[in-house]
Design a protein around this ligand. Structure first.
Ligand code: SF4
Length: 388
């Protein structure tokens, strides 16, 4: 007897490939996973995400996989070929048309396209690029596109991605080859992943210098807490990526076990750990801290009960910082003061001396965090004691 295989229609594909893309965490969902967004897409799941832009602000992204078929068996991944599930693929035309329809209805402002890898890196990357080319060249779409680079993709395909997308990314997943081998035994860290990110950075710089279109930023993501890696290992790699690859930012996804995967019995990672990693990355990227100043303990972990900046300040800010005199780099070392509030403080104190916490609060300072470390015109800032 011949088995009849019924191909899912576009609406069903959207439910599968939009929903599965949401399993990969980067930004904050804006549409609940069960909420439909238009008639005719009733089974669509949580595929609209907020993404932060380089210049500030957010954009609503249609986050979707080209295919959820994959030849790899990464142990943390819902799409792993080791887990039996329905597989399907968007044809480039189908996906481009679906996106345009959502965009024209003002449901989404941009596209975030990722994919399982099948049968190989180049075939997958070509299919994703065909989708993006249809959007850019046939549909005349000029809005935001974030395109995942496929590990191991060829040079020309990486360059085409850099040319067409606004942002490219490649998920390193682990801080080094040893940890990656535990998470994704078939993947190669140095050449197929780090090496492709290095190509992308070089292409972005070269194309921009030549006045050609090029992606503006490069990002990556790590799975946190699946294989015993320390925060020190993760942040060493993040710091190197900032330095060598001009990484815009790193994303951290606290591990959560996937049913029927090899790590199904492993407990989920505490999301606070991911938060502390984000805060440390901001310290490296925006606050002028060096990697060797991060407050790791003897196991290479960050404190969870306070922010890494508070932990640093408790050990190093022995004298309070005078808000009316401190240089910008010193203001940035005070918990509760960020780059924007530091700039506002400097502008405000040119007009008048800053004498009370209400003034600082109005300038965007998180005063409860900052107070223990500040002098206000020669006087200690009042510290509100915790009631418990
Ligand atoms: S290659 Fe990507 S999609 Fe495939 S199993 Fe690994 S993480 Fe999942």
């Amino acid at each position: 007897m011949t088995a009849i295989v019924i191909e899912p229609d576009v609406q069903q594909k959207l439910g599968i490939l939009g929903g599965e893309a949401s399993d990969e965490l980067t930004d904050v969902p804006t549409v609940p996973a069960t909420q439909s967004i238009q008639q005719g897409l009733r089974h669509a799941t949580g595929f609209i995400y907020n993404a932060q832009q380089e210049g500030g602000g957010t954009t609503r992204l249609f986050k979707v996989l080209q295919t959820n078929a994959c030849r790899y068996a990464c142990k943390y991944c819902f799409t792993s070929c080791a887990i039996k599930r329905q597989r399907t693929t968007f044809k480039p035309d189908e996906l481009a048309t679906t996106f345009v329809s959502l965009n024209q209805r003002k449901q989404v402002d941009g596209l975030f396209l990722s994919s399982g890898i099948v049968p190989d890196a180049d075939t997958t990357m070509e299919k994703m690029l065909a989708t993006v080319e249809r959007l850019r060249l046939r549909e005349g779409y000029t809005g935001y596109i974030h395109l995942k680079l496929i590990p191991g993709a060829s040079y020309d395909l990486v360059e085409r991605a850099v040319e067409l997308a606004d942002r490219v990314s490649l998920n390193l997943e682990a801080p080094n080859q040893q940890r990656l081998s535990e998470l994704a035994p078939e993947k190669e860290f140095d050449g197929a992943m780090w090496g492709r990110m290095r190509w992308a950075r070089e292409m972005m710089n070269r194309r921009r210098a030549e006045g050609k279109p090029a992606a503006r930023s490069l990002t990556t993501q790590f799975v946190v807490g699946a294989v015993g890696e320390s925060d020190r290992e993760l942040l060493a790699t993040v710091e190197r990526a900032h330095r060598e690859l001009g990484l815009w930012r790193a994303y951290f996804s606290a591990f959560h076990p996937i049913e029927r995967s090899p790590l199904a019995e492993q407990p989920a990672e505490d999301p606070t750990r991911a938060l502390r990693l984000y805060q440390s990355d901001f310290m490296l990227r925006d606050y002028g801290f060096r990697y060797d100043e991060l407050p790791f303990d003897e196991k290479g972990l960050l404190p969870r009960d306070k922010t890494p900046k508070q932990a640093w300040a408790d050990h190093h800010l022995h004298e309070p910082v005078e808000i009316n005199r401190a240089a910008r780099h010193m203001l940035l070392r005070v918990p509760g003061i960020g780059p924007k509030s530091a700039d506002k403080i400097i502008a405000a104190r040119r007009q008048a001396r800053l004498r009370d916490m209400a003034q600082l609060k109005a300038l965007g300072v998180t005063t409860g965090w900052a107070a223990p470390y500040l002098l206000l015109d020669g006087r200690r800032a009042p510290v509100q004691l915790a009631l418990w």
